[in-house]
Design a protein around this ligand. Structure first.
Ligand code: TXA
Ligand code: MG
Length: 347
């Protein structure tokens, strides 16, 4: 049985937080909101507790976890050193949606790092996550609280859809504000490399580390080996998704929509709010991601929209990618491409 406890997202009840913290200390699994997505937490220094995360999620043991701590002061015991650039990044971006990959201390279990020489760490800013980390007084390993390869959960309902009966507790604080996962920055490679784009952008990072670059490093022989969680089939809905990119994307998407319905597909589309009227007669399920150009709205709605389309039983999903123009557009384009398993049509 999974217990669901509602908490105020801004001022979480201390009694509920204490209950969740006790569960973590006892080796239990607690799903909790962060500013990005819901995480599935376990005591990071307890290998048995960490093993339960992999079982609940059906996650391959080769995919390492992010360790969550309440502040920079708790970083030192997890890593071999805290160099000045880490302090500078932390002062600028923590608490917040930036994960740092650093050389791991030997006390971090193999189960957390997937046996690798590095550990990923972040300090979340969501008041519920912060209260929980403070109360538990331990590092908390927490991947997104979804089953492996499902879209990340942005609401407690999504956590329960995937993990009901497999975890002890979910703290329900409503929808998570950002909606897509943290930026992952690898500081063990030269130059430092953004392995996963997020709300902290490469340009933001370059204000501290001008030499930082983006990309998983596939082109340098790193790639999936550097961050196994960045495999292409990820964050995926059940129905196949096609993403349209480039100047003629709307026209091409409309033409393909017509063909798909003529072939008997039950069609779902993700579109800008302004385009919903136009799509009403052209698709079976129309989901608005937000006003044109509002990537903040689109990011916060994307994963819930993919789950809604699955629930509505669509057999095909079509979506347009926002143009690349920095900010959240980079992360949004990345998640759309992954959700589409690389099925992107460039017009
Ligand atoms: O926003 C987030 O980061 C959320 C919330 C819950 O904090 N967590 C999250 O965790 O997205 P997860 O496990 O779904 O994604 C972690 C990503 C994976 O792609 C994983 O491969 C990568 O971080 N990662 C973890 N440890 C790593 C390491 N030592 N080296 C390289 N990549 C690592
Ligand atoms: Mg995940």
């Amino acid at each position: 049985m999974t217990l669901r406890l509602s908490v105020n997202p801004l001022q979480p009840d201390a009694g509920i937080i204490a209950q969740a913290a006790a569960c973590l200390r006892a080796g239990g699994l607690v799903a909790f909101p962060t500013e990005t997505v819901y995480g599935l937490g376990a005591h990071a220094l307890d290998p048995d507790a960490v093993a339960r995360i992999y079982m609940a999620k059906e996650r391959p043991a080769t995919d390492p976890l992010i360790v969550h701590i309440p502040s920079l002061e708790q970083l030192a015991p997890l890593v071999t050193a805290v160099p000045p650039e880490v302090v500078a990044l932390a002062q600028r971006f923590w608490p917040g949606p930036l994960t740092l990959v650093l050389p791991r201390h030997s006390r971090v279990p193999d189960a957390v790092t997937a046996g690798g020489p590095t550990v990923a760490v972040r300090v979340p800013t969501h008041p519920v996550a912060r209260a929980l980390l403070d109360a538990a007084a331990l590092p908390v390993a927490a991947p997104s609280a979804n089953r492996f390869s499902h879209p990340s959960p942005t609401r407690a309902e999504h956590v329960l859809q995937d993990l009901e009966g497999r975890i002890d507790l979910v703290l329900d604080a409503g929808p998570t504000p950002i909606g897509i996962e943290s930026t992952v920055l690898d500081l063990t490679s030269t130059p430092p490399r953004v392995l996963r784009p997020g709300a902290v952008t490469l340009a933001d990072i370059q204000t501290i580390l001008p030499e930082a670059v983006s990309g998983t490093g596939v082109e340098h022989g790193g790639g999936a080996a550097r961050s196994p969680g960045l495999l292409d089939r990820h964050y995926a809905p059940r129905a196949p998704l096609t993403v349209y990119d480039g100047a003629a994307r709307d026209a091409r998407m409309r033409a393909d929509a017509e063909r798909a319905r003529a072939a008997g597909e039950r069609l779902g589309v993700l579109v800008d709010t302004d385009a919903t009227a136009l799509w009403r007669t052209r698709a079976d399920v129309v989901i608005a991601l937000g006003p044109t150009g509002d990537e903040t709205a689109a990011a916060s709605r994307l994963y819930a929209a993919l789950r809604e389309l699955d629930d509505a039983g669509v057999t095909r999903i079509l979506a347009c990618a926002p143009p690349e123009r920095g900010g959240l557009s980079t992360a949004l384009r990345d998640r759309l491409r992954r959700a589409a398993s690389g099925q992107v049509i460039h017009t």
